[in-house]
Design a protein around this ligand. Structure first.
Ligand code: F0G
Length: 429
């Protein structure tokens, strides 16, 4: 049986090349459902290894290398790819690992994607599908990274890109990318949740194709973060995979990836998923504490603007992912996020604030005894350091109201004198 689209609530099915992005019958989220029994003989660890030595553009992409698990049957002519993925899996040095509180910490840096965030993995899937269904215009609501990515991939595919931002809450690097890549860029007087609701209404009424992570082809691409990191580890499963949670697309995608890899026999056990939210944008954490009795929403507020989301669209799929992986949810303060970020940055790796919620979350979960100090932990860094230069400059200048710049590295000014240069050498000892 070929892959198809299937509603996770009512089970209604649609053909893979249907333009639908949410169930027509009940409004539920759709999965790209693969026939795992049919796929099992077609894929193997050796197949993925072989592709690492190939120059075929599909094999070079860290998404399409795993195409049987993303969109089976995709052709090189159809795929809109920038060679995304292939991101580094760093091993944290002793200083960063001890800050996090674990001896074994790896960081999968999705900020190394072409537009500087993990969104490129989803967008190559989504924009390829936009082409398959014959869309002319694509749209997203975004806290900045989805829009940067969509603007780039739409430009490559020759589609009109419409990006909608929550006014005043998008980091500088991201707005710059959207304008530069030629997207029609709009600020909406509201927050991300208002903006996404508007965009969804627009897609119901107008001939525009939705590329938020409600679109199941986005999530199929994002699954490859986990697939690639396991491939990089020789399919050795860590104890924990830790990810920031905003609209919960990654959380949903990671759960599906792990469930499928396990069912296919590519991994022999499941890691536990830990989702970390900002304290001021913590609806999933609240529902987790309530034992999933209530689907909470909040008016979100956090300096980590990428995850400033109060009504995450992928909530049901994230809950499913947590059930599949015996996962946990935690929350961290903006202070903890920015201090963890300063540590990741000073380790020479660097990331944007939302990404640093992972390390702050690990620290908290170790403190609470949920993660053991001897556990093998992989954190996913979702965005590049330069996405939010304002946050960096203000932190190091001690200019963030109400927050301590615990690890500030302030700019110094000297006279053009050798003595003053010599004096600098003593600063680090
Ligand atoms: N980290 C970064 C850097 C992000 O940009 C986002 C989401 C997340 C984490 C959260 O991921 O939504 O899958 O839980 N950014 C979206 C955007 C909302 O519009 O760029 P999620």
């Amino acid at each position: 049986m070929p892959s198809l689209l299937k509603c996770i609530d009512c089970g209604r099915e649609y053909a893979l090349d249907d333009r639908v992005t949410a169930c027509h019958a009940c409004g539920g989220l759709l999965d790209v459902a693969h026939d795992l029994d049919a796929l099992r003989p077609a894929i193997s660890r050796e197949l993925f290894d072989r592709r690492l030595a190939s120059w075929n553009p599909l094999d070079r992409s860290g998404v399409w290398r795993y195409r049987e698990l993303v969109r089976p049957g995709v052709s090189a002519a159809q795929a809109v790819t920038r060679g995304e993925g292939n991101t580094t899996l760093y091993t944290a040095g002793p200083k960063l690992a001890s800050y996090a509180g674990v001896a074994r910490l790896q960081l999968k840096h999705e900020g190394e994607n072409p537009t500087g965030s993990f969104k490129d993995r989803g967008m190559t899937g989504g924009v390829t599908q936009a082409r398959v269904v014959g869309a002319r215009s694509v749209i997203c609501a975004s806290t900045g990274n989805t829009s940067a990515s969509m603007a780039s991939y739409a430009a490559i595919a020759g589609l009109q890109a419409l990006v909608f931002f929550p006014a005043g809450y998008v980091a500088l690097g991201k707005v710059a990318q959207s304008l530069a890549y030629g997207a029609t860029s709009v600020q909406v007087e509201g927050d991300f949740d208002d903006t996404l609701a508007l965009v969804r209404r627009a897609c119901d009424e107008l001939p525009i194709y939705l590329l938020n992570s409600i679109n199941p082809f986005r999530l199929e691409g994002q699954k490859t973060i986990v697939i690639e990191l396991l491939h990089q580890r020789g399919w050795r499963v860590p104890d924990w995979i830790v990810v920031p949670g905003g609209n919960l697309g990654n959380s949903a995608a990671f759960g599906k990836a792990l469930h499928e890899l396990h069912a296919l026999g590519l991994i022999d056990r499941l890691p536990r998923l830990a989702i970390v939210q900002a304290e001021g944008a913590n609806p999933l954490y609240r529902s987790y504490l309530d034992g999933w009795q209530v689907r909470h929403t909040v008016r979100a507020e956090t300096l980590a603007t990428a995850i400033r989301i109060g009504n995450p669209a992928n909530y049901p799929k994230a809950v499913r992912a947590l059930r599949w992986t015996d996962g946990v949810v935690t929350e961290v303060s903006d202070q903890a996020i920015l201090d963890a970020k300063a540590q990741i940055d000073a380790a020479g790796i660097g990331c944007e604030p939302a990404s640093a919620a992972t390390v702050a979350g690990i620290r908290r979960l170790v403190d609470e005894g949920t993660i053991g100090p001897g556990d093998d932990v992989v954190a996913v860094l979702t965005g590049h350091l330069l996405k939010d230069p304002d946050a960096v400059m203000k932190y190091h200048a001690g200019a963030l109201p109400g927050l301590e710049s615990t690890f500030a590295n302030a700019m110094r000014t000297i006279k053009p004198s050798l003595d003053e240069v010599a004096a600098l050498l003593d600063l680090r000892v």
